[in-house]
Design a protein around this ligand. Structure first.
Ligand code: ATP
Length: 348
């Protein structure tokens, strides 16, 4: 039985905004599940409903088989970490971290011991006597994390917890969150709009758009087998290239380009998807085009090629500079293409 279950969860705000439109989601005990999607797709609203900070307009929330839908936040046993640190400004670090234990009535000596342990684990021992205003943003967020993790709640709910940190700190905190989560085994629902964060942290990624789930799968599956055109384009930077055409006698045909397919597919109109790293510069390649733009990114280079089937993005080695306007040939291996139904957008 799944540990966290959302069934038919909906939220319509009083002004009529339908933020969440019927979500079904199950998380196993100990899983770290990331809600990923563009701004406004309903991630935070979903998380806030699980926390009890918003009431759903319809649907159910169950934790460990127990219906929590109508319970107040304090009765749900969740550790919540927001994007903004929300520390108590007049309390020192050790008091901030110990606060949830105090609220639970944990005695002073046990409190001191548990606070000491978590401060040590998160590298905060030296800062125990500091006030929040004396800390950097990164340290404040680390304290917020310590406060959520000082007890072992049934669920961690994290809403863009790394959102305000700089790149180095994000990496460090990402590792810290994953290590802590694996060590404690607490089921975690984590919200972000940053796909790198989602892919690197998650056991499962739930891609949302406009209040609905588009795909719910492990990171590699979301990347390699996107469920629909939205996911194919949203995941990856740049996202998948698309070419409109049709499948006929085992081949994809699009605007003069014919590509034999590796397996028997349905026939009819199709959108072909190919990731930038799967396009190859190939003087004998069947696709001809000219370099429209060249982006140097250090670890690699992105070339944008204008071809007869439209502009295609491709990834090459960083030393593979080509002048704008250069004529090139392109090819792609059949096993790397994905096909989508152009009407529904769903993968074939
Ligand atoms: P972001 O990453 O920008 O936080 P999100 O995916 O978390 O986005 P939500 O914050 O859940 O999205 O918002 C979903 C939709 O609900 C948005 O259109 C938002 O404007 C709307 N919304 C959120 N809170 C309210 C509210 N209190 N009243 C009315 N509409 C709201």
């Amino acid at each position: 039985m799944s540990f966290l279950r959302l069934s038919g969860l909906e939220k319509t705000y009083p002004d009529g905004t339908r933020a969440v439109k019927g979500i079904d989601l199950e998380c196993e005990e100990g899983e770290l599940v990331v809600l990923l999607g563009p701004s406004g797709c309903g991630k935070t609203t979903t998380l806030r409903m699980v926390a009890g900070l918003e009431q759903p307009t319809a649907g159910r929330i169950e934790v460990a088989g127990e219906q929590t839908t109508g319970l107040p936040p304090g009765a749900r046993d969740v550790g919540f970490v927001f994007q903004f640190y929300a520390l108590y400004p007049h309390l020192r670090v050790r008091e901030n971290v110990g606060f949830p234990l105090e609220c639970m009535g944990v005695g002073k000596s046990e409190r001191q011991q548990r606070v000491g342990e978590i401060l040590e684990r998160l590298g905060l021992s030296q800062l125990a006597e500091f006030l929040p205003e004396q800390l950097s943003g990164g340290d404040q967020q680390r304290v917020a994390l310590a406060r959520a993790m000082v007890r072992r709640p049934r669920l961690y709910l994290m809403d863009e917890p790394l959102g305000t940190l700089d790149a180095d700190l994000r990496l460090e905190m990402r590792e810290l969150i994953r290590t802590q989560q694996l060590e404690t085994g607490v089921t975690t629902l984590y919200v972000t709009h940053d796909q790198e964060e989602a892919m690197s942290l998650a056991d499962r990624v739930v891609v949302m758009e406009a209040g609905q789930i588009r795909q719910n799968a492990p990171p590699a599956q979301v990347y390699e087998h996107p469920a629909d055109l939205f996911v194919a384009h949203f995941i990856g930077s740049p996202g998948m290239n698309f070419v409109e055409g049709r499948v006929h006698e085992g081949c994809f045909e699009g605007k003069g380009w014919t590509l034999p397919l590796s397996q028997e597919s349905l026939r009819g109109p199709a959108t072909l998807g190919v990731r930038p790293e799967h396009l190859r510069l190939d003087p004998q390649g069947p696709l001809r085009g000219r370099v429209a733009m060249d982006e140097y990114l250090g670890v690699c280079r992105h070339l944008y090629i204008d071809t007869e089937v439209g502009r295609l993005a491709m990834r090459v080695e960083s030393d593979g500079r080509l002048p704008v306007g250069a004529e090139v040939g392109l090819s792609v291996a059949a096993e790397h293409v994905r096909l989508f139904d152009p009407t529904t957008g769903r993968g074939w």
